[in-house]
Design a protein around this ligand. Structure first.
Ligand SMILES: [Mn+2]
Length: 245
């Protein structure tokens, strides 16, 4: 039976991605792999993750970490690595990623959209979220890549505040997203957050849907579609900032 596996933020955790694929007995000749972005950084093997996704012809939306290393690469390719270093200062974890990836890997990341509609499953994939006042396709790039909350003035922000954007999103589109490991699994009326902090030693979480199956609107029915593997270890310390790092 053909299925779609929608995977939360992998962040370089290639072994856990393999564990998840094994758990569901993923069949690359039949099944479809889709990721919510942030394939790279934090974990031990960003290159392995990108390679696996390319081998399996996986699809994904670009995450903020993917975009960070792409920003460096776009400049490096045209003007050289030292110009890129001057214009896009990299943290140690992003430096390790740009050193590990080949041009072919970067080209695959660069080809990923910010919004991936999946009408077959009555859902749309984004990395971080949307401005709940507009349709996903109309949300600004920065919001799609980094939003976490709605502030007191009603504006979307990357900060971790008491109101998650996902509670404010009233559909009608069901959104599947990642990015927000500190909130962990989120099952809202019209949004499902899959970042359960694998790179921090928690879990890698996915939704497993049959071909043509709409994402269940009922929260408990949706929960029944989740599959999860435990991280092999904590690969990086838990983040503290609200920034893009
Ligand atoms: Mn992210």
């Amino acid at each position: 039976m053909r299925r779609t596996l929608l995977v939360g933020d992998v962040h370089g955790c290639a072994r856990e991605l393999d564990d998840l694929l094994d758990l569901v007995r993923f069949d690359p000749s039949l099944d479809r792999l889709v990721l919510v972005g942030d394939l790279v950084a934090r974990g031990p093997d960003s290159r392995g993750v990108v390679e696996r996704v390319m081998e399996l012809r996986g699809e994904f939306v670009r995450g903020n970490h993917d975009e960070k290393v792409l920003h460096w690469w776009r400049i490096a390719r045209k003007r050289g690595p030292s110009k890129a270093d001057a214009m896009v200062p990299l943290s140690e974890r992003h430096r390790a990623v740009v050193e590990a990836l080949s041009d072919a890997h970067f080209e695959r990341l660069a080809a990923a959209p910010l919004v991936l509609p999946m009408p077959e499953h009555a859902l749309t994939v984004v990395h971080a979220g949307v401005d709940p006042r507009c349709a996903p396709e109309e949300s600004p790039e920065d919001i799609l890549l980094t939003v976490r909350s709605i502030d007191d003035g009603g504006e979307p922000t990357r900060k971790l505040l008491p109101s998650p954007w996902a509670k404010a999103w009233r559909g009608p589109t069901q959104l599947v997203f990642g990015h927000d490991a500190r909130r962990n699994l989120q099952l809202e009326a019209f949004a499902t957050g899959l970042d359960t902090g694998c790179c921090y030693g928690r879990q890698l979480t996915a939704l497993l849907l049959d071909a043509g199956e709409a994402l269940p609107i009922d929260v408990e029915a949706r929960r029944a579609k989740l599959v999860q593997v435990q991280a092999r270890q904590a690969w990086c310390p838990t983040g503290t900032g609200d920034g893009p790092e």
